[in-house]
Design a protein around this ligand. Structure first.
Ligand code: PLP
Length: 483
């Protein structure tokens, strides 16, 4: 081992050399994505078997580490930043975001208290205000950045429980005959994170009422109203309703305007999960999907989904930040500061004490792209999806399984007189398409029908990428049908 090459060499020379190599690698990687199969071709255990069973006793050569990164780790990477990654929700670590992550790591800020980095706190306040205005939300909403929407929704639902003023924070829920049975309402299309939050909060999966949806997979507001009324009659206590703008399977949009009226009638907290769809609120032509969300109690939007921000960055907006604070603030002696009262300490608004400096990347992205550019990219993604939608609808052997209000399509191959079960046929088609390495799609099931999902959201995706994907899907479908 050459001592001069140690990563721990704080003289910085080694770091500078290796960092330049790493940045060159990043630039090459991002420019030459087509050289990589989108979905990793690794088999289970491939990566583990290439790695030593124990950590090294002594420092290793940084060049060797980088070279193993390329040889061992990269082949086991599914390339989320690839323009033909269309699975789940397609995302982007954009250049400014990557740079900001590098700088944030260098400073290694823990944004828990104002004092632990005034810039981190004040930038988070500022950037979330910028984003709030871009989304068209009123100034009554206060934002906080969490790692994921799962955590943002958990925090919102904890605040909803706290708003009941039943001393649950202090006394818990176990062994309390004074407490009613709690209920939560969401659609049968909402994300699993809502049910998970109910588990964590001690409310229980069985008390999550999954309200029926209509033919466009939107929550049936009348069914919601009846279910709430029935539960109240039985002495149950609704904690919150979770509406979704852009559900995971189909990106359907719940009728938030009608739902918020029901919530206000009964004084129930409304949380809106716009983790994916929220970014579309930037577009004036999309405003109708967001009707009523400005009257919700809390909203989650994930910049790490459709706002070109490297994972992780989830924004929770809350109209009653004082309740969020009441739910979470707990300040031991060693975290007390003389400025308390004059400043925001973000540790007071969520579960985590330690917090990454996530606002830096959002700030870089909003500045480096600017509102207009961001709008135009999202608009283009929607246009690409709508163009492909038309092709699918016009194709005699494919069918669309759900409306596509944003940039995600759900469809299946359904040739006339197919001899095979269509679910099995489409499952095989998805495997065949993904095996090409040219694109990556995922799936869902709608009323038992297997559907292929294609989500557009990467900043580098072009019309040619979509055309290539569609050609491959048709080619593999024709091949697969003959088997
Ligand atoms: N809500 C919706 C509508 C989602 O689609 C997802 C993930 O795809 C989530 C929440 C969870 O997001 P996260 O991975 O940030 O927890």
């Amino acid at each position: 081992m050459n001592e001069e090459l140690e990563f721990g060499d704080i003289s910085g020379k080694t770091f500078r050399d290796i960092a330049h190599q790493a940045v060159d690698w990043i630039a090459d990687y991002l420019e030459n994505m087509d050289n990589y199969p989108v979905l990793s071709k690794a088999k289970p255990g491939d990566i583990k078997s290439s790695l030593p069973r124990s950590a090294p006793e002594t420092a290793e050569d940084p060049g060797d580490i980088l070279s193993d990164f390329e040889k061992i780790i990269v082949p086991g990477i599914t390339h989320w930043n690839h323009p033909r990654f269309f699975a789940y929700f397609s995302i982007t670590a954009s250049y400014p975001g990557i740079l900001a992550e590098l700088l944030a790591s260098a400073m290694n800020v823990n944004a828990m208290l104002w004092k632990t980095s005034p810039s981190a706190t004040e930038l988070e306040e500022t950037v979330l205000n910028w984003l709030r205005k871009m989304l068209g939300l009123p100034g009554t909403f206060d934002g906080v950045i969490n790692d994921t929407a799962s955590v943002s929704s958990l925090c919102a639902m904890t605040a909803a429980r706290e708003s009941l003023s039943m001393a649950i924070r202090e006394k818990g829920v176990a062994g309390r005959p004074d407490l009613p049975e709690f209920t939560i309402y969401t659609s049968n299309q909402s994300h699993s994170s809502i049910e998970k939050a109910a588990i964590v909060l001690g409310i229980g999966q069985e008390n999550v009422r999954k309200i029926d949806t209509d033919s466009a997979f939107r929550m049936d507001a009348d069914a919601l109203r009846k279910t709430i009324a029935g539960d109240i009659k039985e002495g149950k206590r609704p904690v919150c309703v979770i509406a979704t703008i852009g559900t995971t399977s189909t990106t359907s949009v719940d009728p938030v305007k009608a739902i918020v009226d029901i919530c206000h009638e009964h004084g129930i907290w409304l949380h809106v999960d716009a983790a994916y769809g929220g970014s579309a609120a930037l577009l004036p032509e999309m405003k109708s999907h967001f009707d009523g969300w400005e009257r919700a109690d809390s909203i989650v939007v994930n910049p790490h989904k459709w706002l070109f921000t490297p994972i992780d960055c989830s924004v929770l907006y809350c109209r009653k930040p004082e309740i969020l604070k009441r739910a979470f603030s707990l300040t031991p002696e060693y975290l007390k500061t003389e400025e308390a009262g004059d400043v925001k300490n973000y540790m007071d608004y969520g579960v985590a004490l330690g917090r990454r400096f996530r606002s830096l990347k959002l700030w870089f992205i909003l500045r480096a792209l600017g509102r207009r550019k961001i709008e135009s990219i999202i608009r283009q993604h929607v246009a690409f999806a709508q163009e492909l939608k038309q092709e699918i609808e016009a194709h005699p052997e494919f069918e669309l399984l759900a409306p596509a209000p944003f940039s995600t399509l759900v469809f299946r191959y359904a040739p006339d007189g197919a001899k095979r079960d269509l679910n099995a046929l489409n499952e095989d088609l998805l495997i065949a398409v993904n095996r090409t390495g040219d694109l990556f799609l995922s799936h869902t099931k709608l009323h038992g029908i297997y559907g292929i999902r294609l989500a557009i959201g990467n900043i580098k995706t072009t019309r040619e990428d979509i055309a290539l994907a569609w050609r491959i899907i048709q080619r593999e479908a024709a091949r697969n049908a003959l088997k």
